[in-house]
Ligand binder design. Structure first.
Ligand code: FES
Ligand code: FE
Length: 474
């Protein structure tokens, strides 16, 4: 068996070769076999509400301009000039009808179509020598949205986004659709940590076990109403489709009482009742589980929690979306957004933002606690001894692989997928099995797209456009 086959086999058994958290060859495989074909979140529609709005986001080294064009459409364009490859847009966000390349001045509309080449006639012989029609910045091979979340894939054979998400969409609604208007975002705050990208994704997917140890002080200073961090073991972890997460067990009560318990005002509760399905409401009202952190494969995470705010006994919920953007095998750029229901009262939005800042984001207490562990893990994983160590990620399984606790039945938990109460590394294993499935598939290498000078064909369209599928009608 090759080294890779050994690694993937061990991962599937819940025994993790420690070096997968800091290994340049593994990182090359992740670039080539995972991020080149999976769906990746790049932005939310509320970040580009107006015509001309744009943000620049990356999928590893590939930069994309995500724009709202003049007709209101959403585009994700590879941020590389068709001439000599300069990055066309250097700002992180803004509003523009056109983008002009800083190198020699080629300019593009905000839907990617090329409009101007300096000295077009003198340098290229005008339209005869260089027909601009049909030439545009290369669009992301696939783009789709769910609840306003914009995802792209670098693989034009990617399955439809909804199919990729699978039943995780059920849980995504708790974070991104609490009313018909959906969410609005603030941020992202961005920072870099010397940690491997997978660690954060695994942690948010299912690590309830770290809370009583890593975050004891946050609970002890009284930030939460619950007296003990051990309360986490009363919640469940669920996995459905391409994602999974953790929940807290709520005290007895009906739906309204339980949503009030975590700090939602009555008017928001009413909208949730009208927006969510009977099963989505049952998870909270009937079964008493409130969603907390979650991860969507490969590198997007969510958190929902309800700390005390303003020196009172009142708690207030917040939501954060985040992404672990890999920079290298041992460095990750964290993007952290605050999310809130667009229809929430302004006072709720303000206090919820404050709750988020206390817990997560660059000033958040949870964030500081977590990252110390992740950096230490990554550093140690880069050494010789780590390459010989299999880490134990088998919590929740006996040695014969039978589960320590039976999965919840549909009478106990109305959500789709598989859920277990108590501590277990079910979700970390699910996430890494997805990872292993991607890493074992040979990459397809699409032929380079012919860009730049296009030969004019008889019907006036460009040869490049005809072969790369990137054409739009000028
Ligand atoms: Fe963009 Fe030359 S590289 S105009
Ligand atoms: Fe944590």
């Amino acid at each position: 068996m090759s080294d890779l086959a050994h690694t993937l086999d061990a991962v599937r058994r819940g025994m993790i070769p420690a070096n997968i958290y800091n290994d340049s060859e593994i990182f090359s495989l992740e670039t080539e076999r995972l991020f080149s074909r999976t769906w990746t979140f790049v932005a939310h529609e509320s970040e580009i509400p107006q015509v001309g709005d744009y943000v620049v986001r990356r999928v590893l080294q590939d930069s994309f301009i995500v724009s709202r064009d003049q007709s209101g459409g959403i585009n994700a364009m590879f941020n590389m000039c068709l001439h000599r490859g300069m990055q066309v847009c250097r700002a992180e966000q803004g509003n523009a009808s056109h983008f002009r390349c800083p190198y020699h001045g080629w300019s593009y509309r905000n839907d990617g179509r090329i409009v101007g080449l300096p000295f077009h006639k003198e340098a290229y012989g005008g339209e005869e020598g260089f027909n601009k029609k049909g030439q545009r910045l290369v669009p992301a091979p696939a783009l789709d949205t769910y609840n306003g979340l914009i995802f792209i894939s670098l693989d034009d054979n990617a399955p439809p986004l909804r199919e990729f998400l699978g039943d995780f969409a059920f849980y995504l609604d708790y974070y991104t659709k609490q009313s018909p208007s959906g969410i609005e975002l603030r941020g992202p705050q961005k920072w870099r940590i010397n940690a491997n990208w997978k660690i954060g994704a695994e942690n948010f997917a299912g690590d309830m076990y770290h809370t009583p140890q890593t975050h004891t002080s946050v609970v002890e200073i009284g930030l939460f109403r619950e007296p003990k961090a051990e309360k986490r073991k009363d919640g469940n972890t669920y996995w459905a489709g391409r994602g999974g997460g953790t929940t807290y067990k709520l005290p007895p009560g009906d739906l309204e009482e339980r949503l009030r318990y975590v700090g939602y005002p009555d008017e928001m509760i009413e909208r949730m009742k009208q927006t969510w399905s009977a099963e989505q409401l049952d998870v909270i009202g009937r079964d008493g589980f409130m969603i907390s952190a979650a991860s969507l494969f490969p590198n997007m995470s969510f958190v929902h929690n309800w700390p005390r705010v303003e020196d009172s006994d009142d708690v207030l919920p917040f939501i954060s979306l985040r992404q672990w953007v890999p920079i290298s095998e041992n460095e990750t750029e964290v993007l952290s957004w605050f999310a809130v229901d667009a229809e929430a009262p302004q006072r709720f939005k303000d206090l919820s933002y404050k709750a988020y800042l206390m817990c997560f984001g660059s000033s958040g207490m949870f964030e500081q606690d977590d990252v110390e562990n992740w950096v230490s893990l990554t550093t140690t994983a880069g050494g010789t001894m780590a390459s010989r160590l299999l880490l134990n990620s088998r919590m929740g399984m006996h040695t014969d692989d039978s589960p320590v606790v039976a999965p919840l039945t549909s009478e106990e938990f109305a959500g789709p997928g598989v859920a277990h109460v108590g501590y277990g590394e079910y979700n970390q294993r699910h996430l890494l099995r997805e990872w292993a499935d991607h890493l074992e598939r040979e990459p397809e290498r699409p032929a380079p797209t012919e860009m730049g000078l296009a030969k004019t064909t008889a019907n006036g369209s460009s040869a490049a456009a005809a072969t790369n599928g990137a054409a739009v009608t000028a």
